[in-house]
Design a protein. Structure first.
Length: 367
């Protein structure tokens, strides 16, 4: 069997043709109609008023945090089980971080736990939907609005999904997407900040573009960097966006196929949740937690010998080497599922034959 990567982008002829078109038209920088058109279409399908495309998902969440002007005396509530993107900005600010542990079955934070951690110092809550399944963000929003607490929705892993019929990415003061190669749609690298606030949108667009003075181009009144998206990235995103629904539908189809074939092994493997009360799982990846004596690292190594790519779960942010020791947790749900959790290949080009081979190989390893 040829090597099966854990994830790979789905690039078709239309994608290639539109990117080539930008090159033939000599559009390569961020100053092009393609970037604006991508932003407009993203805003429309996400039910947002404004969108700012940037160079990566990390750039998106970093600029979202910067735009909200969090202070050192503030508290920020965030998940412990997620990618480290954005943490550098919070560390630089020096604010107090309040970590929420995930539910062991959904891998998402619980709304009740988030709400219980709110104090009069809480200024921001970051809600990250994990692995294709959503958080009950509306319950958190109903409470946070009364306290005037800002919300960033990280919807990078659920683009194309909905919560009670509303598109993921439409919640909170700012929502962010990543368009990395393994996401629902890709621009290679890339990301976006979406909001309904004109002032926040203006601030983010200034922060992504060196905060140029509007009247004097090379005068900069605030610290900022270059986080712009290129025309070629935007063109690829535009083309991919036209089939977002199809991509999300195919991801779920692959996830359900895995689920049906693996459910007979529930004593050995914890399978992901298919649905919750407000959303379906679109299986950005197919995550499993081992119930056997094996740890994730061993299984990943053995799968690789069989030409199958797989990947560890997130490592807790609280225990990352860059974090202050005051946040370190000797025991946590995040740490437990990191040790025993991995996700299986979930590329859109997976067929039944490949999935059968992956499952057969996995069971041979853990039995």
């Amino acid at each position: 069997m040829k090597f099966i990567p854990v994830n790979e982008p789905s690039i078709n002829k239309s994608d290639i043709d539109l990117v080539n078109k930008t090159l033939k038209e000599n559009w390569v920088s961020s100053e092009s109609p393609y970037v604006k058109k991508f932003e407009e279409k993203l805003a429309i399908i996400t039910n947002r008023n404004y969108c700012a495309c940037v160079s990566s998902g990390t750039a998106a969440i970093t600029l979202a945090i910067k735009s909200l002007e969090i202070k050192k005396s503030d508290e920020v509530i965030l998940p412990n089980f997620t990618i480290i993107s954005g943490i550098e900005e919070l560390i630089n600010i020096g604010c107090k971080l309040i970590f929420c542990e995930p539910n062991e079955l959904t891998f998402n934070v619980e709304a009740e736990d988030v709400i219980s951690k709110i104090t009069n110092k809480t200024k921001l809550i970051i809600i990250t939907h994990i692995y294709g399944l959503t958080v009950d963000i509306e319950k958190i929003l109903n409470f946070s609005k009364k306290k005037k607490i800002k919300i960033i929705e990280d919807a990078a892993e659920v683009q194309g999904n909905t919560i009670n019929g509303k598109p993921c990415g439409s919640f909170g003061d700012i929502s962010v997407f990543s368009f990395y190669a393994n996401k629902q749609i890709t621009t290679g690298e890339g990301g976006a900040c979406l909001t309904n606030s004109r002032s926040l949108d203006n601030k983010i667009k200034n922060l992504r573009n060196l905060y140029f003075d509007q009247n004097r181009r090379f005068i900069h009144k605030k610290k900022a960097s270059n986080y712009r998206m290129s025309t070629m990235q935007a063109a690829l995103g535009l083309s991919q966006l036209s089939r977002l629904k199809q991509i999300a539908k195919q991801r779920r189809k692959i996830g359900i196929l895995y689920y049906k074939k693996l459910k007979q092994y529930k004593n050995d493997i914890q399978l992901p949740i298919l649905d919750n009360k407000f959303s379906k799982n679109i299986f950005w990846v197919f995550p499993i937690v081992l119930k056997t004596k094996h740890n994730a690292n061993f299984v990943i190594k053995e799968l690789k010998k069989k030409n199958i790519g797989s990947r560890n779960f997130f490592y807790p942010i609280s225990n990352q080497p860059i974090m202050s020791k005051k946040y370190f947790r000797k025991k946590s749900i995040s740490l437990n599922i990191h040790k025993k959790g991995l996700y299986l290949p979930s590329s859109l080009n997976l067929n039944k034959s490949k999935i059968n081979y992956i499952i057969k190989s996995l069971i041979e390893i853990i039995k």
